[in-house]
Design a protein around this ligand. Sequence first.
Ligand SMILES: Nc1ncnc2c1ncn2[C@@H]1O[C@H](COP(=O)(O)OP(=O)(O)O)[C@@H](O)[C@H]1O
Ligand SMILES: [Mg+2]
Length: 321
Amino acid sequence: MEMEKLLEVHNLSKQFGNSSTKALQDVSFSLGEGRCTALLGPNGAGKTTTIRMLTGLLMPTSGTIRIQGVQPGADHRGLIGYLPQTPAFHGWMSGLEFVQYAAELCGMGRRDAVQRSAELLERVGIGAAGKRRIAGYSGGMKQRLCLAQALIHRPKLLILDEPVSALDPIGRRDVMELLGELKQETTILFSTHVLHDAEELCDDVLIMESGRIALQGQLSEIRAANRDPVLLLEIENEAGSDAREALAKWLQALAKQADSCIIRFEIDPLNSCAAKLIVHDRSEARRIVLEQLLELNLPVTKLEIGYSTLEDLFMKVVNRG
Ligand SMILES: Nc1ncnc2c1ncn2[C@@H]1O[C@H](COP(=O)(O)OP(=O)(O)O)[C@@H](O)[C@H]1O
Ligand SMILES: [Mg+2]
């Protein structure tokens, strides 16, 4: 599917000082206009570094960033709204004062600034707390306030760095709901190290690992293309039984057979009685596995036949699987 590109990044690299390794290496991607993209990856992958370069706060060592309708090298900050990973506030200010201050900083007149700030605080759901000092806000309220600040100049692109990571479950739910509404109106790029957050909200994903893009594309396509058939198997967890050993031994033998029905298997690191088998063909694997389980007389408590999840894929591409 061809779509308008709002932002295109080509071979972006970043080396901090004279450090021997690059924090970011040859990162290329684009953001489709009106799409919501999740920048995913474990801590240290390079998400914040990427985002800070997009916002103009950090200079790339090499590579280019192009934004639709902006000459290369021209100031594009007016098009971007930005929520940093760790926003800083003056606790003595009220929420309303803070957003008005941001509005005036982007050149809005006093009257407009006052009106738009009040509207935005309503919009993000903290209108009633606008006159209270920020020091008394909860984490979720601060995140909402910062979102209001990021939206003040009606940006074409909203960039959020780990918008929910520091929040408790209620704050998290609030902000996710708000982002769900905002994505109807504007292009969004948000980073997270939690796959579940990405799945809930985004159309497209960029998965980073060690400063590189490990995988990118439409969430639905990635999901469809990486669905491997799996068998989940569990045996009785009896003290003193040798069933676990028998399970491990049998799986090793099964995987080694010529034309084995399984591609690979993993014994659950937290439960040595449970295993996941990634297989070529579900029906064939089911037949063989059931047959052999019966023969071995292993005390099976569960056999589930399904498909691998996006979590499995995420763990695989970030080398944690
Ligand atoms: N200002 C800096 N100076 C030196 N190294 C940095 C700096 N900022 C980030 N890094 C390094 O760059 C890598 C990527 O960091 P970061 O972009 O913050 O990752 P993420 O946001 O995905 O957790 C890490 O190895 C980190 O230590
Ligand atoms: Mg970060």
